[in-house]
Ligand binder design. Structure first.
Ligand SMILES: NC(=O)c1ccc[n+]([C@@H]2O[C@H](COP(=O)([O-])OP(=O)(O)OC[C@H]3O[C@@H](n4cnc5c(N)ncnc54)[C@H](O)[C@@H]3O)[C@@H](O)[C@H]2O)c1
Length: 340
């Protein structure tokens, strides 16, 4: 089976490529490298001992997408390509909607023309918005996320619901990720944010490796056990395996026409202070931090109900918090400046 992976050079995409190649899938990566490096793809080849096809291009370029589907015989698509910084999306809303929504439309149209009918979409826990209580369950109504980033994920989920309705052969899965962290255990690939990291763990590892001075913990007065924000952190390799489970499930359904959403998380909430303590315990590195004002837009706490993915896809997040920390640290300490 040949899988087109948009955004495959990025953090989650590159880890998913490892799983796909290890299991014998052929992969074609399509990425404009705006937030990634072609070195990640070479490292994926090094880890797996397999070759992949790479086409540099933009998901908003319909002509290039048509050429791509004409050149390769694609069976299924995993669509990671997107802009993902929640805060930045409020500064650059049009750019975010263009890449995340219009780019998805261009891809879906190109798939339709080429007769490719299996689609796995990178959605996010942000689609539950600000009012749903945790744990989040897939049966909840989609919320109204305040950021253009979150809104773009809701919009594409709605577009998929309409697209499957009018094409009886089309089937899709929206994977709603919680908080992926960690890295491939080889230390060859990992998260490599451009500039100041928006996410907690890359910030912690950059402090530990000496690239940043100290960590600001945003808010110590939330209504949580220790006052800091609580999230559902899962190992990026577990998340990557969820994509293979999704691709396989779509291929196995004989008469399925529709879109299914699945939460990919551990089902457990962990606070910022617990993450710091866990990182220090797993790596023997000391993290200097201070608790500062809350950051606009952060919710106090959310985590997944991951029972549907377990029951339907036979997928579970298996790796421990200390594995997440050890693997993230191996990546950062071997590559203090990421891929550059
Ligand atoms: N990392 C997270 O915490 C998280 C959580 C929930 C959902 N997601 C979603 O998962 C997906 C992958 O996230 P990630 O963390 O790997 O991000 P990433 O930035 O590392 O990867 C995204 C990839 O898409 C590429 N890309 C961006 N715009 C493109 C365009 N116009 N054309 C072609 N390629 C383009 C980038 O170069 C990059 O390689 C995104 O859709 C993101 O919104 C991520």
């Amino acid at each position: 089976m040949t899988v087109l992976v948009t955004g495959g050079a990025g953090y989650i995409g590159s880890h998913t490529l490892v799983c796909l190649l290890d299991l014998g899938y052929e992969v074609v990566v399509y990425d404009n490298l705006v937030n990634s490096s072609v070195k990640a793809l070479r490292r994926v080849e090094e880890i797996t001992g397999k070759n992949l096809e790479f086409v540099e291009g933009d998901v908003t370029d319909s002509g290039a997408l048509d050429d791509l589907f004409a050149k390769y015989s694609i069976d299924a698509v995993i669509h990671f390509a997107a802009l993902k910084a929640v805060g930045e999306s409020s500064q650059l809303p049009l750019q975010y909607y263009e890449t995340n929504v219009y780019g998805s439309l261009c891809l879906l149209n190109a798939m339709k023309k080429a007769g490719v009918n299996h689609f796995v979409y990178s959605s996010s826990a942000t689609v539950y918005g600000e009012v749903n209580p945790s744990p989040y369950v897939e049966t909840m109504e989609l919320g109204s996320p305040s950021s253009p980033y979150g809104a773009s994920k809701v919009m594409v989920e709605r577009i998929l619901a309409d697209a499957v309705r009018v094409n009886p052969k089309f089937r899709a899965i929206s994977l709603r990720y919680f908080n992926p962290i960690g890295a491939h255990p080889s230390g060859l690939i990992g998260e490599d944010p451009l500039g100041v990291p928006n996410n907690l763990l890359p910030f912690i590892t950059q402090v530990a490796v000496g690239v940043r001075g100290n960590l600001s913990v945003f808010g110590g007065d939330y209504p949580t056990a220790d006052g800091t924000c609580v999230r559902d952190y899962l190992h990026v390799m577990d998340l990557a395996e969820g994509h293979v489970a999704a691709i396989d499930w779509l291929a196995e359904q004989s008469n399925f026409n529709g879109v299914e959403a699945f939460n990919l998380g551990t089902g457990t909430g962990v606070s910022v202070l617990e993450i710091i303590a866990s990182f220090e315990a797993a790596t023997c590195q000391k993290i200097n931090f201070e608790i500062v004002e809350r950051r606009a837009g952060d919710l106090p706490a959310f985590w997944a109900n991951a029972e549907k993915a377990d029951k339907v896809l036979n997928w579970q997040a298996k790796r421990s918090l200390s594995e997440m920390m050890e693997d993230a640290w191996r990546w950062q300490s071997k590559n203090p400046n990421g891929f550059s």
